[in-house]
Design a protein around this ligand. Structure first.
Ligand SMILES: [Zn+2]
Ligand SMILES: [Zn+2]
Ligand SMILES: [Zn+2]
Ligand SMILES: [Zn+2]
Length: 394
């Protein structure tokens, strides 16, 4: 879905290069806003959009909370997530078999990736144009995640010029402007390290479950956030080899991790150089030329996020003990550890939340606007947290 012409894309890129930080991040940040804002105002009831969201089990954690907190679309979130709740109820009805992984990617993530790849392609193809070249030479260069993305998504002939100019920008701007942006991208633009979160290693830390005050909040999410909030800086978790994901870098303990960012940037430069000369697998190239096949899959970051590693170990401990309710990511882990029988316990909670959401939506109708408001007003945020996890958890 190309909605901008090459011409427009070129001038957008020139503008973005004049701003501080990574130009691709700047353009993707704009896409994220436009995509979710227009979804809020035009497409919440569009059957195609809703079907995509159902396949994806809603937005990812990052976009679900962006939709609620930044776009401020609480009503739209209630409609979308009630639908997802019904989907989850339907696929888990009958003999318990666990919760299948979503069949599709978060549509806002897809929009971001397409927009980032398009910007990278435009940059690579126009890199010898004098206007672009001089804007590039005055810019901060790409961030590390977008440089890696460029080395994977571009055809091999276009990679070296993007690599060389980016590494030159990095060298020239050694200590500034913001190492965190360079190492991890603009705030909120990438998710946690899902590779590190998927496989807990080592002995879990001694984290404890805390009692939660409401009936729809995941107790593992609450305990985890409490645990992570204990840290003033992540450096006490750093064993000297890991990096930080975008989510953890932009939490406040990430303010103080310059050494980590330097290390991450250096390793990314090495990885990008190796990728730059690696041929793309033939079959995938042929498929792409025919317009077939998936976008390039992502791979583990060059340095795994050590906070995500710590989080995964904590989650393993917490999910082995926690009672319901659990959010979907934590429910999946609990079911894997304790058997799918635990699914029975979530069903009445989903049912009660569905009733509250029905009440919330009913009272949004102008005919019932005069009725007093009650706890159903909390149900949109509850359902988002119960499906996508607490903010920043994935
Ligand atoms: Zn970037
Ligand atoms: Zn997403
Ligand atoms: Zn949770
Ligand atoms: Zn992380």
């Amino acid at each position: 879905m190309r909605t901008v012409s090459r011409h427009t894309a070129f001038y957008d890129l020139l503008d973005a290069l004049a701003k501080p930080g990574c130009a691709v991040c700047t353009l993707v940040t704009r896409t994220r806003w436009r995509y979710l804002d227009s979804l809020a105002y035009e497409n919440v009831n569009d059957p195609g959009v809703r079907a995509k969201l159902r396949e994806a089990h809603g937005f990812c954690n990052r976009h679900a909370w962006y939709f609620v907190e930044a776009v401020r679309e609480v009503f739209g979130a209630a409609i979308i997530y009630r639908d997802i709740l019904h989907t989850l109820q339907a696929i888990t009805a009958g003999p318990p078999r666990g919760i299948p992984e979503p069949a599709a990617q978060c549509p806002a993530c897809t929009a971001e990736i397409e927009s980032g790849d398009y910007a990278i392609q435009t940059l690579a193809e126009a890199i010898d144009e004098p206007d672009l070249r001089s804007a590039l030479d005055r810019s901060d260069g790409l961030c590390a995640p977008h440089l890696l993305r460029a080395m994977r998504a571009l055809r091999p002939a276009l990679r070296p010029a993007v690599l060389e100019t980016t590494l030159a920008r990095w060298q020239e701007h050694g200590g500034s402007p913001d190492l965190r942006v360079r190492a991890t991208g603009a705030p909120g633009l990438f998710s946690t390290d899902r590779f590190a979160l998927a496989t807990p290693v080592g002995r879990g830390p001694s984290v404890r479950l805390a009692a939660t005050s409401d009936p729809f909040t995941c107790s593992v999410c609450v305990a985890l956030r409490g645990e992570l909030e204990r840290f003033r800086s992540w450096t006490s978790l750093d064993d000297g080899s890991g990096g930080l994901c975008n989510v953890h870098a932009w939490m406040s303990p990430g303010d103080d991790c310059e050494m980590v960012y330097r290390r991450q940037i250096a390793t990314t430069g090495e990885h990008a150089s190796a990728l730059s000369s690696a041929p793309r697998p033939r079959l995938r190239t042929a498929m792409r030329n025919l317009g077939l096949g998936q976008p390039e899959p992502d791979s583990p970051p060059p340095r795994p996020c050590f906070v995500c590693i710590y989080q995964a170990a904590s989650e393993a401990v917490l999910c082995s003990q926690a009672d319901m309710p659990l959010c979907i990511p934590h429910l999946r882990r609990a079911l894997a550890m304790r058997g799918v029988g635990a699914l029975e316990a979530i069903r009445p909670i989903w049912h009660d939340l569905d009733v509250l959401l029905g009440e919330y939506l009913r009272k949004e109708d102008y005919r019932f606007r005069g009725e007093p408001r009650g706890i159903e007003q909390k149900s949109p945020r509850w359902v988002v947290a119960l499906i996508a996890g607490a903010p920043g958890i994935r």
